[in-house]
Design a protein around this ligand. Structure first.
Ligand code: SF4
Length: 514
């Protein structure tokens, strides 16, 4: 069972073939690889498409070089942060962290020591040479007059490579380069090491798959045998929950080898990206599989005035747009029940960290869920998809890490920015709604611009930001006691009915009097 802990986790890198190793050895050259560490939980994933463009643009911006990244494998490791924060893994080293800064609403790069060791010989800017050979360096700030050479210009908070005698350091600018020699606190050193890292030969995702073939095939055969052994003992129709994401695609690969008789279920929340709808329909047609669509239609928009915007801690729409249509579909299509294969993974979130292979859906008693990839990491999923040549949703190449409802409060602000680029119409419709709602509730546009709307109870990190901006949060709006039921109240198959509603209470009324 997966446990979420702090600290580091080990991976191995084959320097000869230029790829990460997922199993015990490289299937191309038999090397057992060099060990390196990343931050937990270590759900690493490959960087492809526009994600590579983003990383390239950041190295170009800060160090005036990026060719070294081309035709070589880059992996990302999601870590905790204000918004999107990823460790960048290159040649078996964590060379940087990229993070989306909510204040400037753009990406920044923090250089790690191994990044400085790699870039020191090739950087065209962002490098400073310090004239001091002794004394403690790590964690200290230094006066600008100690730096006798600087390559290129930089701005406050830019990442820097600092050379001090034989030492190579990663650091950060405390002032703009124009003010360097007037500042006593000009450059901060974060980490100190020795020795350059040379750029390795080129590699490809085909090499990655070939180097890890035995490992992926072992995962596949376990997944298939787990599914077969369960369905062999249970005589219910078989389905797969196909969301259009990578995890359900990997499950499709397993299930199609375990059985030929199954149908696909797609929940169309009414908030899907057009690419996802097209991809799911196209995929099922090409695979000649029956596609059952549980469609929520306009349910989200019909209920929005009553509930207000959903939030990470107020996901009313999951019940209205996912659970209700799914319950209806299963009740109609599978009155005796169904076994559904799903792509839930323990690595995805704390709440999924303890999932078991067989689960009952507490809200849909007729549905038994199998989780054959519960122990897989994102990188295992991608390795399997590439090994089996499965067609994946094109949104992954648009720098989306997870595919779901386009306006989901659980999305990152950085992904919402991506949505504005590929679907400006969908973006502005929701953005305008949120801004109007914020204004009606006594807040302002910043409530939307900086992503505060994503929480009902604002977490400490965002509260600090709101205080910094001197912002007002939306007040509770109702001045009458009112109870509204969600449309589409669903019958509970365990007996009776279950329903969702909103109870609005005047702000100044004690709850005991309700
Ligand atoms: S927007 Fe998010 S919370 Fe709402 S239904 Fe979609 S996934 Fe669930």
């Amino acid at each position: 069972m997966r446990r979420f802990r702090h600290g580091k986790v080990n991976f191995h890198w084959c320097d000869r073939c230029g790829t990460i190793l997922l199993g015990d050895k490289c299937d191309i050259c038999s090397s057992s690889g060099r060990r390196f560490k990343v931050s937990r939980p270590g759900d690493i994933r490959p960087a492809t498409g526009r994600t590579i463009d983003l990383i390239v643009s950041l190295f170009e911006k800060y160090f005036g070089t990026s060719d070294f990244l081309r035709d070589r494998l880059i992996f990302l490791n999601k870590v905790a942060g204000e918004d999107r924060t990823d460790e960048v893994i290159f040649q078996g080293h964590v060379i940087a962290t990229i993070r989306y800064d909510l204040r400037i609403r753009d990406f920044k790069l923090d250089l790690r020591l191994d990044g400085a060791r790699l870039l020191a010989p090739i950087a065209n800017k962002g490098l400073a040479i310090m004239d001091r050979e002794s004394g403690h360096l790590k964690g200290k700030n230094f006066s600008g007059d100690l730096f006798n050479e600087v390559k290129g210009s930089f701005e406050t908070e830019d990442p820097l490579i600092i050379l001090v005698g034989n030492f190579i350091c990663s650091g950060v600018a405390r002032v703009d380069s124009a003010d360097l020699h007037h500042s006593k606190r000009a450059i901060g050193i974060r980490d100190v090491g020795r020795g350059e890292i040379s750029i390795a030969k080129k590699s490809s995702w085909t090499t990655f798959v070939n180097a890890n073939k035995a490992y992926i095939l072992t995962l596949e055969s376990k997944g298939i045998s787990d599914i077969r052994s369960y369905i062999g003992n249970h005589d219910l129709p078989l389905t797969i929950s196909f969301s259009g994401g990578k995890d359900s695609l990997a499950c499709y690969g397993l299930l199609s080898k375990a059985s030929q008789k199954f149908s696909m279920i797609f929940i169309d929340t009414g908030l899907e990206f057009p690419e996802t709808i097209h991809y799911v329909k196209d995929f099922s047609r090409k695979e000649r599989k029956k596609l059952l669509i549980a469609a929520a239609g306009q349910a989200f928009w019909d209920n929005l005035d009553d509930f207000g915007p959903p939030a990470k801690d107020f996901r009313w729409c999951c019940k209205v747009c996912k659970l209700a249509p799914l319950t209806n579909l299963i009740e109609k299509q599978f009155p005796k029940g169904t076994i559904t294969v799903e792509g839930n993974r323990a690595f995805e979130s704390f709440s999924r960290s303890t999932i078991r292979f067989v689960e009952r859906n507490p809200f849909v008693p007729n549905q038994t869920i199998l989780n054959p990839i519960k122990e897989w990491r994102a990188i295992d999923v991608w390795a399997y998809i590439w090994l089996r040549g499965l067609d994946y949703n094109p949104l992954y190449d648009e720098d989306f890490e997870r595919i779901g409802c386009y306006l989901c409060p659980s999305c990152l602000e950085s992904e919402w920015r991506n949505t504005s680029l590929i679907h400006p119409d969908l973006h502005s419709e929701w953005d305008n709604y949120l801004k109007q709602w914020a204004e009606e509730c006594g807040s302002d546009d910043r409530f939307v611009t900086y992503g505060f709307w994503r929480w009902k109870i604002i977490p400490p990190k965002m509260r600090r930001m709101a205080e910094e901006f001197r912002m007002s949060m939306p007040h509770i709006r109702s001045d009458t006691l009112e109870l509204k039921w969600v449309k589409g109240v669903s019958p509970c198959l365990a007996g009776g009915h279950s329903a969702e509603g909103v109870l609005s209470v005047p702000h100044n009324r004690e709850f005991g009097r309700v």
